[in-house]
Design a protein around this ligand. Structure first.
Ligand code: HAM
Length: 419
């Protein structure tokens, strides 16, 4: 029996018809980023494993069990599970912080694949794609609000309407440890009522208990102390400033006190956008502030803010008519086998003039060629035969209107043009 191969579980092929939707989403996103003065960054897909364990966190699910890691020589390498750490690494390595003048942080965006070994389901894949942004070198809550406003503009532009922005503060290095001690105390006296996973969370990262899926645990945690009641003064001020800025920018949001992010680098603002119609995996965006991360990764003490959008999830929701419309400008119809080589010559000439040409790769019956032209949704059909060549005039049919006319040889490029 012949051996065949299949794409790995949780990965998928994007074929041309589907790729037109991806390109639409990418084009609209790039246009939004242009309006907001963001520049593109492309970092390697492979990084040192330690970059992620230091930033995303040793105790996070991502680092504990979801990374694709392997050894090469003495290095442990990983496919990136997210792109904030790589962007910060590049920011430090390329000395981009030198360009950060007060009031003008570095504003970067990226579009690309990430890898997490998760159980695949609707909206959750092992290779998935993110559109993300990072703003490095600005601490003001207005920066958080502007980025959130930008994400909202993007969702509006691609037609995602039924959604909700959830914000919270996770505190900073001053107030979070105090709160964690309070929460841990509270939990430890209830150890015997919680699930095994939560017992581990109490030790490693008690905040994650709010993410527990077990109903009886959730019921118990309703009465748990909340970080919102323990914020220090600067964190409280940041949070208030953020809300004022969001109001000013007319962003609708809800405060979500139990919002848990799966990554450890966040300080102060965290936020998620959830959308209706996705089932369990309803977060189309996650992000927040990560003051301290640049320093943690060996750079200067500069703050950061960013978010990433899951492209697969967005594409599940994007209206069906949102596609990049790339029709061939013209389909060449060779009238008889002899004319096929003349059509090849015409294809070269037209393509050199920037025109998109579709044609058969060998002589085919006329009916088959016309069928193909309409299937490819070509704008024009150009009929090429011996008598046309002799007369120096060809039949050109506008396939949208159905109107056909005769066009002289040196008028053809102009007649097809680009609509
Ligand atoms: P995250 O919440 O892990 O954050 O991921 C952001 C978004 O990526 C999620 O809301 C979701 O839409 C999508 N996503 C995550 N995992 C999968 C998956 N397995 N399959 C499909 N989509 C997925 C981050 O990655 C942070 N780096 C965001 C950030 C940027 N924070 C600051 N700057």
């Amino acid at each position: 029996m012949k051996k065949t191969y299949r794409a790995l579980r949780g990965t998928h092929d994007i074929l041309p018809a589907e790729a037109r939707r991806w390109r639409y989403l990418e084009r609209v996103s790039r246009d939004i980023f242009r309006r907001y003065d963001f520049g593109e960054i492309r970092t390697p897909i492979l990084e040192q494993t330690a970059l992620f364990s230091r930033s995303v966190g040793e105790s996070s699910d991502i680092v504990r069990k979801e990374m694709y890691s392997f050894e090469r020589g003495d290095d442990s390498l990983s496919l990136r599970p997210e792109n904030t750490a790589p962007v910060v690494r590049a920011f430090i390595e390329q000395s981009l912080h030198r360009g950060v003048a007060t009031g003008y942080p570095e504003r970067l965006f990226y579009i690309g694949p990430m890898f997490r070994y998760e159980r695949p389901q609707k909206g959750r894949r092992r290779q998935f794609h993110q559109i993300g942004v990072e703003v490095l070198g600005a601490a003001e809550p207005a920066v958080d609000a502007e980025a959130i406003r930008m994400s909202e503009d993007l969702f509006d532009a691609i037609g995602i309407s039924d959604r909700e922005v959830r914000i919270a503060s996770v505190g900073d290095a001053t107030c979070r440890p105090v709160y964690l001690a309070v929460l841990r105390d509270w939990l430890e006296s209830r150890q015997d009522q919680v699930c095994e996973d939560c017992r581990r969370r109490i030790k490693e990262n008690p905040l994650r208990i709010f993410d527990c899926k077990r109903e009886s645990d959730q019921l118990l945690y309703r009465d748990a102390p909340l970080l919102a009641q323990h914020l220090c003064e600067p964190c409280r001020e940041h949070d208030d400033g953020l809300k004022r800025a969001l109001d000013r920018l007319e962003v609708n949001y809800v405060q979500s006190e139990r919002l848990v992010r799966g990554l450890d680098y966040y300080r102060r603002t965290v936020f998620e956008t959830v959308a209706a119609g996705l089932g369990a995996q309803d977060a189309i965006l996650g992000g927040g502030r990560y003051d301290g991360l640049v320093e943690e990764l060996g750079g200067p003490a500069l703050p950061g803010f960013g978010f990433a959008i899951g492209m697969e999830r967005l594409l599940l929701l994007m209206p069906a008519d949102r596609v990049d419309d790339e029709r061939p400008d013209v389909a060449l119809i060779a009238l008889g086998d002899e004319a096929w080589w003349d059509a090849v010559d015409w294809a070269r000439r037209l393509r050199a003039a920037g025109i998109a040409v579709s044609m058969a790769s060998r002589p085919r019956p006329m009916g088959a060629q016309i069928k193909r032209a309409s299937k490819r949704r070509a704008r024009f059909a150009l009929f090429i035969g011996e008598s046309e060549k002799a007369a120096g005039a060809y039949g050109l049919k506008d396939l949208d209107s159905g109107k056909q006319r005769t066009v002289a040889t040196d008028e053809i490029v102009r007649a097809i043009g680009r609509k």
